[in-house]
Design a protein around this ligand. Structure first.
Ligand code: FAD
Length: 457
């Protein structure tokens, strides 16, 4: 592809992504604000507003409930969303609006309490009063626990899978109790539009959960993969190589390097406990798939003991970094530790395609023995126009940079025509945040920066 064609392909891809993002965000905000906008413009109270703390409290309650219903939609694995945003971005957004939903619901109670101190009596759920009022208390308490555990799960030492299971159950409980409350009070929901609005967004949430928990696993069941290699590497990481094991007339779902898949191993695809991993394989062979997995916890510590022949179910693909459409002159890839996984997938695929552009990889590791794929990176450097800069925390060898991936290290090796390069950054959240700030200070445009971090909750 010549330079002009590659520039226009990149522009078209970014425009398409931005358009999708704007459409999805507009739908989201419209869906959240819909009841409040409708009430505000349609004179639904026959022109007579109630006292302002009461109206403000009601509006906050309606908004809070909308946010909490939408929070139960598994957006990080819903195809239209995952084709427009990276998973980490979706998760961060989900955290923010769920928290906003909880605070708006709390504000709802506070405003109504200020308006009428008698409301306080409903806080005692053991007293005799309508269930739809008790439901409001249940909604708030459960939503509060969810927000608290989502933010401080690690501090409470709660196992990720246990947390995820209860998080899903609690999310459904919040929606059910919230709806019982709002339909029980039946003030604004007495308006048909508002009633239908809540029915429609709840049905949407229900269908999306059904899709994720039933439809998608059924599809995965029909497209199994089998482990053909288990390569234990240094630094507690293992690469597993899979081969498509569907029926002869079936084809695997096409994937592209740079993407992420969720996998279930030694369990059915209907299981709750699935894990996301970046694809490390060369995408020119669609029947093969591999993942490099760092031993970090319950599931990842079992990967080195997997056996050839075991079945793996794969849900995918997620992620928006496209190494073929992005990077007019080339790509700078910055990885910390296991963040090298998607970089390997991209380099292997680019090498197979004999891509002529320039590539620079900054790879941070602890020491020489911890460097993953060291030999293979050297081999790929002979095929691609690739420089790999290893940055080691501990080293006395002048062949390596010493320290962490600092702005100075980036400046020293960054291509001169920096605007013609897209920059992909992958690793743990603190590293990605620091590198992203360095890139910003170096004048790398936001449009050229593509961070992805391996932290979701
Ligand atoms: C988009 C994305 C791509 C990733 N790619 C890779 C990769 O290529 N290689 C790799 O080694 N790791 C990758 N990870 C991280 C990997 O998913 C987690 O390390 C793994 O799921 C931990 O599972 P566990 O049962 O061993 O850990 P646990 O014992 O359950 O917990 C250890 C910690 O890992 C995190 N974690 C656990 N389960 C999940 C989960 N389902 N999703 C996200 N985080 C979780 C939690 O913060 C938890 O505290 C990626 C994460 C994301 C979000």
């Amino acid at each position: 592809m010549n330079a002009a064609a590659s520039r226009s392909a990149r522009r078209a891809y970014i425009n398409m992504l931005r358009t999708k993002q704007k459409i999805l965000l507009s739908i989201f905000f419209l869906a959240v604000l819909f009841p409040v906008i409708l009430i505000a413009i349609s004179n639904t109270t026959n022109g007579t507003w109630r006292s302002w703390p009461r109206e403000l409290g009601s509006f906050a309650g309606l908004l809070g409930l909308s946010l909490m219903i939408l929070a139960s939609v598994p957006i990080n694995r819903l195809p239209p969303v995952t084709k427009a945003f990276n998973q980490d971005v979706v998760y961060t957004f989900h955290h923010k609006y769920t928290t906003a939903g909880f605070f708006l619901s709390t504000f709802h109670l506070a405003a109504l309490w200020i308006n009428n101190p008698g409301i306080g009596r409903y806080l005692n759920v053991f007293k005799n009063y309508p269930f739809y009022m008790k439901s409001a208390v249940f909604t708030l308490v459960i939503a509060g626990l969810m927000v608290c555990f989502a933010h401080f799960r690690k501090e409470f030492h709660i196992d990720y899978d246990v947390w995820k299971f209860f998080h899903s159950i609690f999310a459904i409980a919040v929606v059910v109790f919230g709806l019982i409350h709002v339909f029980g009070v039946n003030y604004y929901t007495a308006l048909p539009w508002i009633r239908w609005y809540y029915i429609i967004i709840t049905a949407f949430s229900g269908f999306s959960i059904l899709w994720l928990r039933i439809v998608s696993p059924v599809r995965q069941l029909g497209k199994p993969y089998r482990i053909i290699e288990v390569n234990v590497m240094n630094n507690d990481a293992t690469e597993i190589v899979l081969e498509f094991a569907g029926k002869p007339d079936q084809r695997p779902i096409p994937y592209q390097s740079g993407q992420v898949a969720w996998i279930s191993v030694r369990q059915s695809p209907f299981s709750f406990s699935k894990h996301p991993f970046s694809i490390t394989s060369d995408d020119t062979n669609q029947n093969r798939l591999s993942f490099a997995i760092r031993d970090l916890g319950n599931f990842t510590s079992t990967v080195k003991d997997l056996n050839v022949g075991e079945t793996v179910y794969v849900e995918g693909w997620f992620g928006i970094f496209d190494p073929y459409k992005l990077g007019n002159e080339g790509i700078v890839m910055i990885a910390g530790g296991i963040g090298i996984a998607p970089v390997m997938g991209m380099l292997r695929s680019l090498a197979s395609r004999k891509d002529k552009r320039r590539f620079v990889v900054f790879f941070g590791s602890r020491d020489r023995d911890s460097i993953l794929f060291y030999d293979e990176l050297n081999e790929i450097s002979k095929v691609l126009n690739l420089d790999v800069i290893h940055i080691l925390e501990q080293t006395d060898d002048p062949a390596f940079e010493k320290g962490t991936i600092t702005e100075e290290a980036l400046r020293n090796h960054f291509p001169k025509s920096k605007d013609a390069f897209d920059v992909f950054v992958c690793g743990p959240l603190p590293m990605v945040t620091i590198v992203n700030k360095s890139l910003e200070r170096m004048g790398i445009d936001k449009k050229n920066r593509w961070p992805e971090f391996y932290e979701m909750a």
